[in-house]
Design a protein around this ligand. Structure first.
Ligand code: GTP
Ligand code: MG
Length: 651
């Protein structure tokens, strides 16, 4: 089945747009009492026309200069344009403005209807045709047919249908991978059904029963259910891109629904108050776009006040392009590549427009060359270049492959292949966060992250030259301002694999860190540790090693410090060190004893450890200090709570 498409009218007030839609379809799009009374179109109207095997949805827009905002809401979802010019009036201001808007919105095909042909002679008609040709030169309508018609006599209406059919048939049917999205252009209540919203399906498809996300235009959203669907007055099961849709939403109060809000597949859109864009100034407006200019942003069916911030220029001259950010008064939803239109703050004229490069952006520093270059790359024709730029812009946190595809405006199947190629080329590095979670970092970002980790560890080494390794958890907590813990952990693992770090899950050191002790000092340290270990609870005191140390006697203190920093020895007093295992065994035995008894004296602990009073006193004081025990008069009791569950049941 060929896809349906949506056609929008365009043109100056009173040039016969609505009359032409009626002549084509039999449908009168002007339904509002105000429209009937004034004989002009105020808001968008809808009709449909079956041509060949497709249904053409038609959006009829107002030509009045005061209702350009409504024209914009209608034009946002269209595929084809029908530019209407009255033969007795020729090209007028809104003919130009509407055409400019269609160009900014990226419309690629259409026809031109020369209406009211019954009112002019052949010569006038030819002159007007020349003026139209001049107008559309260089635009998507350059080669479009100009069809003379009269809605009054019916002349040319069949020719116009043929011209439309030819355009329709030249549209290739593309595979649709994108998720559902519709910008709301109207909402009303149907008795017995509740709230109905309408719009042009911009991408994807929707079925009855679907859960979809209703973006309310204030940054909040809600998941709602599709209760019913209607297509040009007919109840349907599903609707897809290129079709007009009326959607009955379950449980949505009508008063909260309005134009400018969006419906989308859950999770597919994120509202943002900052957009990064490429922007151009309209030659027709005849005024440059300046840095800090307040503007009216029209995106989708939404209209939001915003401030333009030019990233690498002070002004954009007509028909030139620049990179910019828009700071919005309230959040808007958009996707990569989405066209938008800018009007001046008093809504008198269209002044420019462009495309979104970052739908959710952080504020970028002005004239910051590095980021400007990357942002520019987001518009590169080559998808791989866009992905690389998106990865750089994702910073030290990186991004999942799905996030990169969204940021680079790539939809559909080829994504994994592309990411794979970039990883193979070394442009991207993958960090494994968990069994099925990966993030990709751009190569320079990996270098930056590695640099930060190595520098932080280097600083720790410099502050503690005696310690050969540092606590991994503490280092990562210290760097938490850079990226999520999982990303940092994965980066450390990668550095360990690359042998830039040494260590394990607990303690790490830079591979290039030179410990403070010489080889001889380290040998001595090993001997000391061994002797103290063998000494158990009656170890030799440091001074006992003075003879053995010979020339190293003066560094005995340092050697003990290093052994402690390395977790080999535990300092009890300056005269008494225990091997780490001995200290652990002591804790274990004392804990065991005190669990069974109501308290123990120094003498009892001395016997327990098989040592002498000389050692038992400082050891008991040590146990108090580390809060294993507490002293109550002459006895010591456990300071820590007894784990009841593990205690044997003695009742
Ligand atoms: N003689 C003649 N009059 C026409 C023709 N088409 C439209 N008109 C008249 O021109 C007037 C304006 O027509 P509309 O169709 O309302 O014009 P429009 O472009 O929709 O106007 P807006 O929506 O307000 O911009 C009406 O009085 C029509 O009857 C035509 O082909 N021949
Ligand atoms: Mg009209």
């Amino acid at each position: 089945m060929p896809h349906d498409l949506i056609l929008g009218t365009a043109g100056h007030i009173d040039h016969g747009k609505t009359s032409l839609v009626k002549a084509l379809t039999g449908i009168d799009c002007d339904r509002l009492p105000e429209e009937k009374a004034r004989g002009i179109t105020v808001d968008i109207g809808f009709a449909s026309l079956v041509l060949g095997n497709r249904t053409l949805g038609i959006v009829d827009v107002p030509g009045h200069e005061r209702f350009v905002k409504n024209m914009l809401a209608g034009a946002t979802g269209i595929d084809l344009a029908m530019l209407v010019v009255a033969a007795d009036d020729s090209v007028m201001p809104q003919t130009r403005e509407h055409l400019a808007i269609l160009k900014l919105l990226g419309i690629r095909r259409g026809v031109i209807a020369l209406t009211k042909s019954d009112l002019v002679d052949g010569v006038t008609r030819e002159v007007v045709e020349l003026e139209i040709r001049e107008l559309v030169k260089g635009s998507f309508l350059e080669a479009a047919k100009i069809v003379p018609v009269s809605s009054r006599t019916g002349q040319g209406i069949d020719d116009l249908k043929s011209a439309l059919l030819a355009v329709l048939e030249s549209e290739s049917d593309r595979e649709e991978f994108d998720s559902f999205r519709l910008a709301i252009d109207r909402s009303f209540v149907v008795q017995g059904h509740g709230t109905v919203v309408t719009g042009s399906v911009a991408s994807g498809s929707v079925r009855i029963g679907d859960a979809i996300e209703w973006h309310k235009g204030d940054g909040t959203s809600e998941i709602v259910r599709v209760r019913g669907l209607n297509h040009h007055g007919t109840v349907v099961e599903a609707l897809r891109r290129g079709q007009r849709a009326a959607i009955n939403l379950a449980g949505v109060p009508h008063e909260f629904v309005h134009r400018g809000q969006e419906l989308a597949a859950p999770g597919s859109l994120s509202p943002s108050r900052v957009l990064t864009v490429r922007v151009t100034a309209l030659a027709e407006a005849n005024r440059p776009l300046k840095h800090r200019l307040p503007v009216r942003l029209h995106i989708g069916t939404a209209e939001v006040m915003a401030t333009l911030s030019l990233l690498d220029a002070d002004r954009v001259l007509p028909d030139r392009w620049a990179l910019a950010q828009l700071s919005l008064d309230r959040p808007a939803t958009s996707v990569w590549g989405q066209p938008f239109v800018l009007r001046d703050s008093s809504a008198e004229m269209t002044i420019g427009g462009g495309q979104v490069l970052q739908p959710t952006a952080k504020k970028l520093r002005r004239r910051h060359l590095e980021s400007i270059v990357r942002v520019e790359q987001l518009w590169n024709e080559d998808p791989a270049a866009r992905v690389a730029a998106a990865a750089w812009l994702a910073g030290l946190e990186g991004a999942s492959s799905a996030e990169l595809m969204v940021s680079a405006g790539i939809s559909g199947a080829p994504s994994n292949e592309l990411i794979g190629q970039l990883a193979a080329r070394g442009t991207l590095a993958v960090l494994k966060l968990s069994v099925n979670q990966h993030v990709y970092l751009q190569a320079e970002r990996v270098t930056e992250l590695d640099g930060q980790i190595l520098a932080a560890l280097g600083a720790l080494h410099a502050d503690n030259p005696l310690a050969t390794a540092h606590d991994r958890v503490r280092l990562i907590a210290h760097l938490s301002y850079l990226a999520k813990e999982a990303v940092l952990q994965a980066a450390v693992d990668r550095l360990l694999r690359e042998k830039k770090l040494v260590g394990d899950a607990k303690r790490i050191a830079r591979a290039d860190f030179k410990p403070k002790l010489s080889t001889n000092q380290r040998k001595l340290k090993d001997k000391i540790v061994e002797a103290i270990r063998e000494g158990g609870f009656q170890p030799p005191e440091p001074a006992a090693f003075a003879n053995q140390a010979g020339g190293n006697a003066s560094s005995l203190n340092e050697i003990f410090e290093v052994a402690c920093a390395e977790g080999l020895l535990v300092r009890v007093t300056s005269e008494l060190y225990l091997a780490a295992e001995t200290e652990a065994a002591m804790r274990e035995r004392v804990r065991e004893l005190l669990r069974r008894s109501s308290g123990a004296t120094v003498g009892e602990i001395r016997d327990l450890l098989g040592t002498t009073r000389k050692f038992a006193v400082p050891l008991c004081e040590y146990l108090d200090r580390v809060k294993l025990t507490k002293r109550m008069g002459d006895v010591r009791m456990l300071a820590e709570p007894i784990e009841r569950a593990s205690a044997p049941d003695r009742s």
